[in-house]
Design a protein around this ligand. Sequence first.
Ligand code: FAD
Length: 300
Amino acid sequence: MNIEEQLKAIVKKGSVKRSEPMKLHTTFRVGGPAEFFAEPSYDEVLPLVSFLKREKVPYTLIGNGSNLLVSDEGVSGVVISFGTQLAEVEVNGNKIKAQAGILLSRLASFAATNALSGLEFASGIPGTLGGAIAMNAGAYGGEMKDVVESVTVLEDGEVKTYLGKEMDFSYRHSLVLDKEMIVLSVELRLTPGAEEEINATVKELNAKRVEKQPLNYPSAGSTFKRPEGYFAGKLIEEAGLRGYRRGGAQVSEKHCGFVVNTGDATAADIYGLICDVQKKVQEKFDVTLEPEVRLIGRFE
Ligand SMILES: Cc1cc2nc3c(=O)[nH]c(=O)nc-3n(C[C@H](O)[C@H](O)[C@H](O)COP(=O)(O)OP(=O)(O)OC[C@H]3O[C@@H](n4cnc5c(N)ncnc54)[C@H](O)[C@@H]3O)c2cc1C
């Protein structure tokens, strides 16, 4: 059996595709083909990863692709996506347990329906729960670290559960990014609240997003991490880069912290623009901007 047949023999409930354009799976809407693109069911994750490790086939894990820049050449090996599978969720008192592929918007609305507060901040972040744990996603004063009770991961071929405090959460960082961990499910600890109030907060925060962020263009959200003591968007604006372009990539006119795809950007355009912005800001303010967006594939 060739690799494709072997993958299909393991991933039966989910799906396996060959040469899948990654621009269909990233919010930047750029990225060349994944050699193989697998969407396993929960039970298929462990056998799939064990097989790939045994056969030394490289793999890349993605959630909703909302914090990724995938190169135009694409990705060799297997991209494992949790984007459409692994979306079960259940409530037990103040706790919600959910699988890693669930979208934060759905999770936040599930919490609201169950009159549980604490996830309002996350409702407008367009990622999966697994991606949000990996990145310790946050907004409007909240971050995942505040609500995580425990995280169940696949690590070194074993399923393990870590307490939230063991996850080494910090600004846009967690243990998941340091170790080769795959988040399978997460238990969240929330507080009782009134559904109407929770929904009102969600509405208010989402209105702020619409007002401040260039949501009409493909992007990966804030392109750079917030450097200590500064705001990336402000530095970029003060460096005279509002609206600065490279091919189809542009520093957003509306919010300089966002790089947007104006329609026909390549990953190379976006990467080149990121490098230009870093260089200009370093020269002008002696501040290093570190990308928040994760690069996948080869960039030069
Ligand atoms: C319009 C817009 C607004 C945004 N606003 C915010 C915001 O307010 N706050 C914020 O923090 N971010 C924001 N983001 C960025 C992004 O949505 C978050 O980083 C999100 O948490 C990424 O989740 P994802 O599922 O899309 O992960 P992906 O982008 O697919 O992956 C991100 C990283 O997580 C890893 N990963 C994904 N799933 C798993 C898993 N199950 N196990 C282990 N590792 C995994 C990937 O390997 C990768 O390293 C925004 C993005 C956009 C496009």
